[in-house]
Design a binder for this molecule. Structure first.
Ligand SMILES: [Zn+2]
Length: 253
């Protein structure tokens, strides 16, 4: 069976003028995954968005950003579908989606984000009693303030933004955090590639992403019956983004 990932051709469209929406960005990833079967998500429903965001927030995205609302619903739908594969098929899944989500809080958005895709997927699994407790690992260059704000008042979801001053420390910090996790039902990953040595963060190598994927896979096998999924966040250098996504998936699947 071919390897699978979640993607929709609508994600090719340049919906606004920020680096996440840049033309060519999705193409570099899909080109690299040319042997993958791509699975199309359905758009999330407003009621899914409201699992995380306020009605005001939803209405603002609808009204102010008319061209963004439909693609943002589709991105959230991609995260939801990836989480369902992880739970139902016990199959790891990567969702190649945009706009990204981890800077979208219940009542606010910035940083190229509108709806918090990963938070919506996790809240939906909780609402449907498919999981009790989740950990979200975020290795993007930037702190996912939106995800952190969403789950700051619950112990059911632990948010961990990986930090480290050098490559070895970055990876070992993530590994030791995961070793301490208990009673987790699923690992969700905010997969941002803007910390690569040729991207904004100037730190990690392409091989490091494979290593990160392997550690997350091993942790999911140890603590939550292999259940894991990842969604795309940042990553802006089109010359390396596709290779980095592929490297991560090689380790993660
Ligand atoms: Zn970022």
């Amino acid at each position: 069976m071919n390897k699978q990932a979640i993607f929709h051709e609508k994600f090719y469209e340049e919906y606004t003028s920020d680096p996440a929406a840049d033309s060519g960005r999705m193409e570099t990833i899909i080109k690299e995954l040319n042997d993958f079967e791509l699975i199309e998500p359905q758009s999330a429903l407003d009621e899914d968005i409201l699992l995380v965001h306020t009605e005001d927030h939803l209405n603002r995205v609808k009204k102010i950003r008319e061209q963004i609302y439909p693609v943002a619903l589709l991105a959230a739908g991609g995260a939801i579908l990836a989480s369902e594969y992880a739970i139902t098929e016990k199959q790891p899944m990567f969702a190649i989606i945009r706009p990204p989500g981890h800077h979208a809080s219940p009542e606010g958005f910035w940083g190229f984000c509108y709806f918090n895709n990963i938070a919506i997927a996790i809240q939906k699994l909780i609402k449907e009693n498919k999981i009790n407790k989740a950990v979200i690992i975020d290795y993007d260059l930037h702190f996912g303030d939106g995800t952190d704000n969403t789950f700051s008042k619950t112990s059911k979801v632990i948010y961990y933004s990986v930090k480290g001053s050098d490559r070895a420390q970055f990876i070992s910090n993530m590994e030791s955090f995961l070793e301490k996790c208990e009673d987790i039902d699923i690992i969700a990953v905010s997969a941002g590639f803007d910390r690569h040595e040729d991207d904004w963060g100037g730190l990690l190598t392409t091989d490091d992403y494979e290593q990160i994927g392997k550690i997350l896979k091993k942790s999911a096998e140890r603590m939550c019956n292999r259940k894991r999924f990842a969604v795309l966040e940042g990553g802006y250098n089109h010359a390396v983004l596709g290779k980095n996504v592929r490297a991560f998936i090689n380790g993660f699947y």
